[in-house]
Each structure stands twice: as C-alpha cells, then as structure tokens.
Design a protein around this ligand. Structure first.
Ligand code: ATP
Length: 282
C-alpha cells in the first residue's frame, strides 16, 4: 500500500479527503465508456477466468479494455495474465496499469502488496476506503470497457463498486448446478437492492468440450443459467463449456485463445464479447 498511501499525502487531500477522492474517481471514470462488475454468488465458478478471457476477446475485437480486481483476499488477475511486479506511479502520482497488449491493461490490488503471498486482512470500512482509493488512483486513460472482478458473494467489495461507480453494470457468472443457481438468485437480489443494472448472466462450465472429438458432455447439466435468467427477466449472455485447457492456461498465465485458437471455449467468449459490444451500442 506504499504507493497508494503516498498519493494521499497532499495537503489538499488532507483538508478534504473524501471530496478530493470523489473528484479523482469522477475524472478517472469519466474516460471509461462502459464499466462492468463481474460477480458470482458462489466461489470457484470461473468468475476470474471469465473476466480474463472476456477482456482478451474484447481487446482482440479492437476495443480498449482495462481489467481490475478488487478481490482483496484472492487476487488472481495478474497470475492468469502472466503479469507480475508492482504498479508504477506516473508523473501525476497516479498508478499506471500493467500493459498486457496494445488494447488490454490490468491492475490488481495484489500489485500493491510487496509479496504475492501476503494475505490482506482488512475490515469493512478499511476495505471500502482502500477500494475507492484504488479506483480513483489508477490512470487508465481512454477505455471502451472496464471489467472489475470482485470476490464471490455480496460483501463489501461489490457493494463498494456499486456505491462508487453508479453506472457500473453487473455480469453474473454461474455454473449450471442448482446449488450455484440458488446463489445467483442472491446476487440478482443484491443488484436490485443496490439498484445496479444487471447486464446479463453467463453460464460457465456448461458441458465438457472433449479436446479429442470436440463433442460436448453435460458434466454439471446445462441450461439452468438460461432458465434462471429468463425467470428473473435478465439477459442471458451465453454458455462457456468446461475445458481442462482453461485450467492449464490460467495456471500458466498464458492466453487460452492464443494457445489453442478456435475452440468451443474461444468461440463462446468471442460471441459474448460481440454481444456485449452490440448491446452497449443499442
Ligand atoms: N470453462 C472452464 N473450463 C475448465 N476450467 C475452468 C473453466 N472456468 C474456470 N475454470 C477453472 O476453475 C477454477 C476456478 O476458476 P476461477 O478462479 O476463475 O473462479 P472464481 O469464480 O473466480 O473463483 P473465486 O472463488 O476465487 O473468486 C480455476 O482452476 C479455473 O481454471
């Protein structure tokens, strides 16, 4: 937290820190066209993998994309993108995101801690303040899409994003099993309570795409996400099959689409990215 702390040092901020922070957040967000928070009711459903692969797909369509995690307890974005190191402070004392490619850059709360294995133990109000500061202190420049990966559930992190970025829309990720879908309904209720628009729902690990014959086996069932979305009256964005190579690529920090080209998984992400681009224009 050294850099983030130092950017708070000006006398002006000390005079009225919240007002100054609100101004910084407004100016940072003013240059970002579409902001999304990627949520899930339950852990391990592939929310971070979805955020990363969707960001890659959007950036390859030519959109300028930023990806950020506010998962203070398990920030995995840099690892999945093969990025490491600390964030730099720019000349205006703002944090520079880590470039991944021409169109994609990333920031993670992890990049502010000296060791990747350091656990962050913060309580609600401290988290709220740190996340707000983190959002305001990043110099993204002009972006078409910002994807914010939040921890599972409906705790402080998604609440802070909802309260800080009024125009953020939620993308909810689920797996097809009933146990995940029950938690999705809690996420839907959370969004309604905090008045955050739900952009859509994605069903991940929806069938197993056999790497040998490319046929799809319904591992955890399929279609529950679409039914849940229809029942809640929210858009269904698509299904992503289970593919063991997603795990290998995520663990190795390499891009799935670069490594494996056109597969049912890359096609699913491409289709969702195209749909997102189309829907935000509508
Ligand atoms: N479509 C998929 N096919 C196969 N494995 C997947 C798929 N999506 C995600 N995974 C794997 O599932 C595991 C959990 O994924 P991920 O970390 O993205 O979930 P998460 O919802 O962000 O978890 P967390 O609870 O940490 O927030 C990872 O090992 C990831 O590689």
């Amino acid at each position: 937290m050294v850099q983030i702390q130092s950017s708070m040092d000006s006398a002006k901020k000390q005079a009225n820190p919240q007002e100054e922070r609100d101004k910084e957040i407004k100016s940072t967000l003013g240059r970002i066209k579409h902001k999304f928070i990627v949520m899930s009711g339950k852990g391990g459903v592939g929310k971070t993998s979805t955020s990363v692969n969707l960001s890659l797909a959007l950036s390859e369509l030519g959109h300028r994309v930023g990806i950020m995690d506010v998962d203070l307890h398990g920030p995995d974005i840099p690892r999945m993108l093969g990025l490491s190191g600390m964030l730099d402070l720019g000349p205006n004392r703002k944090l520079n995101p880590m470039p991944y490619s021409k169109n994609l850059s990333a920031v993670s709360i992890e990049s502010l801690t000296p060791s990747k294995d350091d656990a962050i133990i913060w309580r609600g109000p401290v988290k709220f303040s740190a996340i707000q500061q983190f959002i305001g202190d990043v110099e993204w420049g002009d972006l078409d899409f910002l994807l914010i990966d939040s921890p599972p559930g409906t705790g402080d992190e998604p609440l802070t994003v909802a309260q800080t970025i009024a125009e953020a829309k939620a993308i909810i990720v689920t797996t097809p099993q009933e146990v995940s879908l029950a938690d999705v309904r809690k996420s839907i209720s959370f969004c309604k309570t905090v008045k955050m628009e739900i952009f859509g729902l994605i069903e991940n690990m929806s069938g197993f795409a056999c790497p040998h014959c490319q046929s799809v086996i319904e591992l955890f069932g399929s279609g529950g996400g679409e039914k849940t979305a229809a029942a809640a009256g929210i858009p269904f964005l698509g299904r992503i099959p289970f593919d063991t190579r997603v795990v290998e690529c995520g663990d190795a920090g390499v891009s799935y689409r670069k490594q494996h080209g056109e597969t049912p998984v890359s096609k699913a992400f491409d289709d969702i990215a195209k749909q997102m681009a189309r829907l935000v224009q509508a």
